[in-house]
Design a protein around this ligand. Structure first.
Ligand code: PLP
Length: 511
């Protein structure tokens, strides 16, 4: 059980007291959001009502009523005498406005952020997920072919800790063609990139080890690093390369990665691992140039740090930027790949590329998690990897249209937001005019949208001034979504308490 002091909770609450509803309800809404999106752990002891009311400058009755409501909704245990502890209800509570759902656990977040099964309620536009539907026909055809191949494998046991050979060969051939010569023995098939990262952590880190991460970073990776008992060491980006330049939403002028900061963090902190997403980084959509890749590999080698490169979004190269897989610069690099973004998250198929020795260690480490991947999925995946480029042109064209629409809509309706130009990937990272990300997320469902608050992408409560906005929806839906964001921001602008908070709020010196 963890214990959360009043100052720590107050920091996480941010600008919670906005909008017209009663203060106790707003307090309960934000605490619930913090529990649901993993910023407050499950089974965490909340501060006493007295301590929290004093720190927040609200009456004790307000906090008592908020805790009471959370208890009623199943988000708090009724600690008799002791402090109330956070939990997740087994059934969907009535009358809640933000995310609700039955799936427990701090790893609540799914691909975008919500837990599996926490899709937006009917009628809400979901901007919390940054994922696409399946590239239809291609996936279906691959499974039809797999079905005809399955009988040949049925006499075997079906267990394979490294994965089916034809799939490993197909993945290896992709790397070789991209400039990183690879054999099938250097590939381990996983159930997606998230599973791959968990295997790597299980094999290579111990509790209290340091893991360098980009800041912001992919929330589920941050959760996995925390769940492994490691400390995430954040390395900030240089800033917003797309904003403030000629045509603020124009091409990326410079790299977003602050290589000097990365090098310094590697040398000073000597982390065990560094987890990076150089290919269309989630949430920013930035891409790291080859020269920086080379320098990063060198710095990691010098620091004795294993570089873990997540290439989940590598195929979503919207502007045709040419880069070399980081693995081409050193045999020590560990690469994670996935079919989730090129084809479909529902395939749950990914891989790890590493040296043969490391692959053997990963295969041994995975047996405490699972005993191999499902055979049908791997047979189908082998077809998809062999013809990986087939569904991409249509997918990239649709994404380019949606990206252009989103950037134009944001510029037109929310000109005070600064938008980092995403040269690929699925989302734009927006700097808000004030630290209102959690407040926006809490009131968003009232405007028909669901959001993932900026601090989910950071360490220690950073990014309250940021919001990830995916461009995975068609332009018409994006228009409705951006108009809803405008209305939500107007609501916050009109709240006097918020205006006061904005005046006093310190700038968040990140990204
Ligand atoms: C950077 C990154 N890594 C990993 C994942 C998870 O991928 P998978 O569905 O293969 O587990 C995602 C999904 O959004 C992602 O953006």
């Amino acid at each position: 059980m963890t214990s959360l002091g009043a100052p720590a909770l107050a920091r996480l609450l941010g600008t919670w007291n906005v909008g017209a509803s009663p203060a106790y309800r707003k307090l309960a809404d934000v605490v619930r959001l913090l529990v649901l999106d993993g910023r407050v752990a499950l089974d965490a002891a909340l501060p006493s009502e007295r301590a929290l009311s004093e720190l927040l400058g609200v009456s004790r009755t307000t906090v008592t009523a908020a805790y009471g409501l959370l208890r009623e909704q199943g988000f708090l245990t009724s600690g008799q005498g002791s402090r109330s502890r956070t939990r997740i209800p087994r059934t969907t509570p009535a009358g809640t406005t933000a995310l609700t759902g039955p799936t427990p656990g701090p790893a609540l977040a799914g691909p975008g952020l919500a837990a599996p099964g926490l899709a937006a309620p009917e009628g809400l536009i979901d901007l919390a997920y940054a994922s696409l539907p399946a590239s239809g026909e291609v996936v279906h055809r691959a499974f039809a072919a797999a079905l005809t191949e399955l009988p040949a494998l049925l006499p075997g046991f079906g267990y394979d800790a490294v994965g089916l050979l034809p799939l490993r060969e197909a993945v290896a051939a992709r790397y070789t063609a991209a400039g990183a010569p690879t054999t099938a023995d250097q590939i381990l098939v996983t159930s997606g990139a998230q599973h791959a990262l968990n295997i790597i952590l299980r094999a290579l880190v111990g509790r209290h080890d340091r893991v360098l991460v980009e800041h912001p970073s992919y929330p589920n990776a941050l959760d996995a690093i925390r769940a492994a008992g490691c400390r995430a060491v954040p390395a900030a980006f240089t800033g917003n390369p797309g904003a403030g330049t000629d045509g603020a939403r124009g091409r990326q002028a410079a790299s977003a990665w602050d290589l000097e900061a990365l090098q310094a963090a590697l040398m000073q902190q000597r982390p065990r691992l560094a987890y990076v997403v150089p290919d269309f980084h989630n949430p920013t959509g930035h891409v790291m140039p080859d020269l920086q890749r080379r320098h990063l590999v060198r710095a990691a080698t010098a620091a004795g740090t294993t570089l873990v490169v997540d290439e989940t979004l590598r195929e979503l190269n919207l502007d045709g930027v040419e880069t070399t897989p980081v693995a081409a610069f050193s045999p020590a690099v560990v690469t994670v790949g996935s079919l989730s973004k090129s084809h479909w998250g529902g395939l749950r198929t990914g891989w790890i590329r590493a040296s043969e020795d490391l692959i053997q260690r990963f295969a041994a480490a995975r047996t405490s998690l699972d005993l191999g991947g499902p055979v049908m999925e791997q047979l189908a995946a082998a077809h998809l990897v062999r013809a990986l480029d087939e569904p991409l042109p249509a997918r990239l064209t649709a994404l380019r249209d949606s990206r252009a629409a989103l950037l134009e809509l944001l510029a037109g309706h929310l000109p005070e937001w600064e938008v980092a130009y995403p040269s690929g990937g699925l989302s734009a990272w927006c700097r808000l005019p004030a630290p209102i990300s959690t407040a926006l997320t809490v009131i968003a469902p009232e405007f028909g949208i669901r959001l993932a608050a900026g601090p989910r992408f950071g360490v220690g409560g950073a990014f309250e001034r940021y919001l990830r906005v995916p461009f995975t929806l068609p332009p018409e839906k994006l228009e409705t979504a951006v108009l809803a964001l405008r209305s939500a921001q107007d609501r916050l602008d009109a709240a006097p308490q918020l205006r006061r908070t904005l005046r006093d709020a310190p700038a968040v010196a990140i990204a």
